[in-house]
Design a protein around this ligand. Structure first.
Ligand code: NAP
Length: 295
């Protein structure tokens, strides 16, 4: 068997088109387009690339983005003051504070300061609680994108055996919650899991969000499984070049699975598209407008 490739780029482009198509109706109802504020502290080059991408895609979707750049020396109080200003600004529907923050600033303190209804990253404990209890709210972008890819690939997830490897607050735990809500039977594995290969072997759906290059081997997989590889690991070659690889041994897995996301070009593009989707969702929730159908 050669697994079908799940084309995250194409799915993401379709999602951005859907978001863009819904913006004019919001603008007609509210007299403005949805607005996303992106806060960047310091000059981490990786963050700069992510943020540039996010801002460019926001414009593609016809939404407004506002970038706030603060020096690495800004105090925690200074950053919290900016967040408070953005919370109070009615033209701002989504607030994203790009991580990592400098060591003198407490990430958790900043993330809980963001108004939950503007928390487009979905990291606020209020949104985590809403997800856990089935209430409408903002869900982290990466697992939202993974669920969309799974639904498009598999269809109904009800009763499927799923394993999520990795239990971070930003990927693994919300992924497990989303799959549970979709009525899959979910195993949440982590670094203390005994016999990971044995758990993976039972799974119809494998979501790997670990950060260990090629941890999941092809021989572990159930034939016909659908594999979502969230991992983004940069590997250095001896000649000085680097390569991005996932948490799944791609070539091996492709010979066993029914469908698999490539790295890059799988989950990554969906994460940014879901940020735009979340900004539109936040704008609708805040305005008391009904949810956009098909998002
Ligand atoms: P994280 O916070 O470091 O969490 C990693 C998780 O993997 C932890 O729960 C850890 O278990 C578990 N783990 C570590 N080694 C393991 C092992 N040998 N066997 C089983 N589980 C193991 O990472 P993250 O932020 O969730 O990110 C995970 C990966 O996804 C990274 O490669 C990251 O770059 C990538 N990522 C990609 C996107 C995207 O848009 N494509 C977005 C976010 C993250 P413990 O809890 O027991 O320590």
């Amino acid at each position: 068997m050669t697994a079908a490739l799940i084309d995250g780029k194409a799915h993401a482009a379709t999602l951005v088109e859907r978001v863009a198509a819904a913006v004019p109706a919001f603008a007609a109802a509210r007299g403005r387009v949805p607005g996303l504020a992106v806060v960047v502290v310091g000059d981490n080059p990786a963050s700069a690339v992510y943020v540039r991408n996010k801002l460019a895609r926001t414009a593609t979707a016809g939404m407004r983005s506002i970038e706030h750049r603060l020096p690495a020396t800004v105090s925690e109080a200074g950053l919290l003051a900016l967040v408070a200003t953005l919370n109070a600004d009615d033209a701002v529907d989504g607030i994203l504070v790009q991580l990592p923050l400098p060591p003198h600033i407490d990430d958790a303190k900043v993330l809980v300061a963001i108004a939950p209804d503007k928390d487009v990253d979905g990291f606020h404990p209020v949104n985590a609680g809403r997800l856990a209890t089935g209430l409408p709210g903002l869900v982290p972008c990466t697992p939202t994108g993974c669920l969309m890819l799974l639904k498009d690939t598999v269809g109904d997830l009800s009763g499927a055996e799923a394993i999520v490897i990795g239990r971070s607050n930003i990927v693994g735990k919300p992924m497990a919650a989303l799959l549970t809500a979709a009525s899959a039977t979910v195993t949440l594995a982590h670094s203390r899991t005994r016999d990971l290969a044995g758990h993976v072997a039972r799974a119809d759906i494998v979501v790997a969000a670990v950060g260990v290059p090629e941890l999941v081997r092809g021989a572990w997989l159930k034939p016909g499984a659908v594999v979502i590889d969230v991992g983004m690991n940069r590997i250095a070659h001896t000649d000085g070049t680097t390569k991005l690889v996932g948490d799944v041994a791609f070539a091996e897995a492709r010979a066993v699975a029914a469908a698999i996301t490539p790295v890059p070009g799988g989950v990554g593009p969906m994460t940014i598209a879901c940020l735009l989707r979340n900004t539109l969702v936040a704008a609708h929730l805040r305005a008391g407008l009904p949810p956009v159908v098909g998002l």
